[in-house]
Design a protein around this ligand. Sequence first.
Ligand code: SF4
Ligand code: SF4
Ligand code: SF4
Ligand code: FES
Length: 947
Amino acid sequence: MTYQPQSDFGTPASRAQDDVTLTIDGRTVTVPSGTSVMRAAAEQGTAIPKLCATDSLASFGSCRLCLVEIDGRRGTPASCTTPVEPGMVVHTQTPHLQKLRKGVMELYISDHPLDCLTCAANGDCELQDQAGAVGLRDVRYEPKATHLGQTKDHSNPYFDFDPSKCIACSRCVRACDEVQGTLALTVQGRGFDSKISAGMASDNFLGSECVSCGACVQACPTATLVEKKVVEIGTPERAVVTTCAYCGVGCTFRAEMRGEQLVRMVPWKDGKANRGHSCVKGRFAWGYAQHQERIINPMIRASISDPWREVSWDEAFAYAASELKRISAKYGRNALGGITSSRCTNEETFLVQKLVRAGFGNNNVDTCARVCHSPTGYGLKTTFGTSAGTQDFDSVEDTDVILVIGANPTDGHPVFASRMKRRLRQGAKLIVIDPRRTDLVRSPHIEAQHHLPLRPGTNVAVLTAMAHTIVTEGLVDEAFVRDRCDWDEFQDWASFVSEDRNSPETLEAITQVPAADLRAAARLYATGGNGAIYYGLGVTEHSQGSSTVMAIANLAMATGNVGRRGVGVNPLRGQNNVQGACDMGSFPHELPGYRHISDVATRELFEREWGVALDPEPGLRIPNMLDAATDGVFKAIYIQGEDILQSDPNTHHVAAGLEAMECVIVHDLFLNETANYAHIFLPGSTFLEKNGTFTNAERRIQPVRKVMSPLNGFEDWEVTQKLAHALGLDWDYTHPSQIMDEVARLTPSFAGVSFDRLDEEGSLQWPVNESAPNGSPIMHIDGFVRGKGKFVVTDYVPTDERTGPRFPLLLTTGRILSQYNVGAQTRRTDNVIWHEEDVLEIHPVDAENRGVKSGDWVRLASRAGETTLRASVTDRVAPGVVYTTFHHPLTQANVVTTDYSDWATNCPEYKVTAVQIAPSNGPTQWQEDYMDLQRRSRRIAPAEAAE
Ligand code: SF4
Ligand code: SF4
Ligand code: SF4
Ligand code: FES
């Protein structure tokens, strides 16, 4: 689309159900009650001049530019703060109003630099537009110096603050408060003399509480807060709506372009997941797409100790195909496998699993969900009948009690966290179950009613103790259970949780959660109105991950908290398209749509469409592929967009598995850590360079649209198709929409999905089919997908990973806002300014016992391995617990995580590792050797035959 600013109705839409009819400038308009006069006018096409109002913020009424006259009312009320009334007669353009508005505008301009022609926002500035709208031609007042001449703040890597251009509308302050919920900005002084300050603790943005979400920049009507890229490149000329490629929130953005250059990513107001908000990653951290380390030519090498040799695409595909065929002939077809990427589109993921099943001839395909949310798939399918969350994000607006367990949304899912915090500021209650005191426990205007700082690994015990309280205190919603669930199974479960051994008092010794707190939290969840549970990897990445998911589902069913807005069970999915990767059949036992490979009818459907016979036996999971490799029977793997060496547990074991293979094909943007063990490197394309779809944590299928041409020449689906051609498959896709059409033909829950529909509607939440033609924002409304909801007895089984004299502390891992996962993208952006290295959080008591201070190097050792990193002494973690992130390859936190995994799905137990901490002088020999290997492995010989 050519560049049009996003429409702005001045004030937010009203959610009222009843309508009001009024007259504006002689035209009749009908709007919901509670709508402002300004918005009613905008909806009928009349733009009332405004400066302090914008439709992402509550009306404020400070600039006095939006005055109107209303028959029968004295004075000139501000249209942004005046709600409509039945029969109201409003005039927006009268000579009197024009005079008043001109006067107001003159005051603003008298304290504003008159440098429009050289200003970065020239042509994209509301002050400039409104000066034109009120017909300002000259200014009668002497220039004021309230703001003029103030020092600029360039400290933030992504945006500048030039206070001399500030008109004190306070939109930025309100955006930070209302939309983001960080409250980093303050207004000092009053009226025209007000000045904006980035918090009390600092005189600049970088040193303040600001988390760089960009909401203030978006809200600013002048060039006071402006993206550095706009200053550098100029204002945009066109925009393409697409979806963020970082986390499972799935924010929609307008990629605003000037020529072929991306100027900025602006959150799209019509995006149903983000409603116009963003976090620092999606908003600003996209520079990796042009990073100098991007590999854009294919490369091959016979041995991983050789330097890489750049080759043509044809040579790369021919070599890859000959190696795959050679290995299949020599070792059998089961010696081959593939890993799909949760960073890639649904269409690309679908093709990789199709290549494995139809081309390699087996089901050895897996995905990163193996190491994150596979227990969600298992647990929710078993209890409810669908491997996905039950709600849309909007649902939180009707929640009364929010229970967050094993998730840190302010860092991991920041935009949803902002929506959640907004609801909490409106009065919803909060329960946090987490070993750490996450930001959500206490943040501006938010305080959790209950924080249960459980010992890592005891989720099931805590949830069973909550269930014990609910059942034994008579808080079960019996009508719901009798109507919607299997009553016999409920009774079995109820008598199990009621046993004394499952009481909060008995389990306190295991969970370390005071019984009284736990009982109070359980009562609040059961009786506080609409209760919604949000959970993350702190639930799934345990030896009892699947049990915990089912324990969560049990609690929701027992309290009647499923099947309507405001309630439900909501996994906060990690990567942007991990839901989609699972939907598209990335698991070795399931075809797309979660249908078991052993099901004859389903298999025949795919066999007819694909023209091949499919292996009815489930294939190998990632850990089994690595085990088989070290056993000498698994020899070749195609890995698309996944850095298993850094992201999977027990790094030494992953390295040994990869090293034992004869053909490792890595298809990625950068020479990642896994590529150290690769023989063939196929360059990947970024989300900015491709068409397709991502599916977010709400089951929302959203368009990804090409913003620029792929640097390497091909979108990732094209690369997979060319590899398939080299192997002799006759695929003939010319556009990813045809792949989605095939998915829709083969997958009942996607039956009504097509690119055309997505372009029309913006997004669709699966299932989209005959019974839900417009998609399914809320699941299980009239009954569970599986029929009756299934209660499952979830006995607490302690992990085999035990602390003891050698390893007395428990390590748990997580993320930080500015970095993403293994950091391949975010480490190649200015986000490193906030997180240059992984650090180890340790409680003051544990630190003192070991003579460790903040900033010291420490050795972190477990039964699996050891690494070193710097310490941060903090009481955010409980005594006995240490915590770190895993964003940096030098740290390789997964060197210490073990092979223990979820009993049902093999999801690794990242969140519980027994460790010891000791002072250290710096990196271990292992880290030194590793970095040396990395340096050697990244040698590239001069190109001989590159295209
Ligand atoms: S960027 Fe976000 S967090 Fe920072 S001041 Fe602006 S609104 Fe607040
Ligand atoms: S910085 Fe921008 S948004 Fe904030 S008060 Fe000044 S002009 Fe308004
Ligand atoms: S919250 Fe997630 S999807 Fe949204 S902008 Fe941030 S990283 Fe992207
Ligand atoms: S826009 Fe209404 S008072 Fe500023």
